[in-house]
Unconditional design. Structure first.
Ligand code: ATP
Length: 238
């Protein structure tokens, strides 16, 4: 299990994250909901060692990785699918994927590349093409693939459906489900609560840098305040 315990992160005097605890569990999708500015991205970046945390712990399978370098955290089985995908537009698809495997032993890279191509055939077909020429949905597949190249046990996904056409949103979130079904623990920030709830097992809601609710999808659906906040009034009528 990846445990985030009592995390605190500040930007100067702005306390962006104030005691957040959540977890990623093998085989499960944990959905993180919260308004813009709630501290979701900050939490994921701090877990990866991309932002300094002022308090709290990041424990991966019992090992304390708090404040460890990002490469070490990746090598211990945690990878990030960043907000906005962040593919290297000028590099080829294959080069992008190999960037994701930079901590992976060389002999595993070819096998992992094959696994990613099996999962996303479009990436194989266009492996020598520039990543910037892919559609938004395809770039999201590439971002998933790149994160899979480090053979993670846990994947942190930051708004994977952001900016995608409605028809693609469903596919992207189903991919998150497929990844979890392979035994990976997925912790996914997602604004599209409706589609996210369809693929998730657990839900955490965050507001102003603090966790408000944490429980199963069934428990979340029983909380009218959560439905009202994230799905709107119409969801209550169902
Ligand atoms: P979003 O959905 O908009 O990405 P979020 O829940 O991921 O929101 P964060 O991006 O983590 O929220 O931001 C949490 C708080 O920290 C907000 O008040 C935001 O304005 C502030 N913040 C984020 N990045 C910085 C930064 N680089 N410098 C200063 N303040 C920041």
């Amino acid at each position: 299990m990846l445990e985030i315990r009592d995390l605190h992160v500040s930007y100067g005097s702005i306390r962006a994250v104030q005691g957040v605890s959540m977890a990623a569990v093998p085989g499960r999708v944990s959905l993180v909901l919260g308004a813009n500015g709630a501290g979701k991205t900050t939490t994921l970046k701090a877990v990866m060692g991309l932002l300094p945390l002022s308090e709290g712990h990041v424990i991966v399978d019992g090992e304390d990785l708090t404040r460890k370098p990002t490469a070490r955290i990746v090598a211990r089985g945690v990878s990030l699918v960043p907000e906005g995908r962040r593919v290297f537009a000028e590099l080829t698809i294959e080069e992008n994927l190999l960037m994701g495997g930079y901590t992976t032993p060389k002999k595993s890279r070819t096998r992992l590349l094959g696994e990613v191509f099996d999962m996303f055939p479009v990436l194989q077909e266009r492996r020598s093409g520039a990543a910037g020429l892919l559609s938004g949905g395809e770039q999201q597949m590439l971002a998933f693939g790149r994160a899979l190249m480090s053979e993670p046990k846990y994947m942190l996904m930051d708004e994977p459906s952001m900016g995608l056409a409605p028809a693609i949103v469903e596919r992207v979130l189903l991919t998150a489900r497929t990844i979890a079904d392979r035994g990976i623990g997925v912790l996914m920030v997602e604004q599209n609560a409706d589609a996210g709830l369809r693929v998730a097992d657990d839900v955490v809601t965050v507001s102003a840098g603090e966790v408000v609710f944490s429980g199963s999808v069934e428990e979340a659906k029983a909380e009218k305040a959560i439905l009202r906040a994230f799905l709107g009034e119409t969801a209550l009528a169902e």
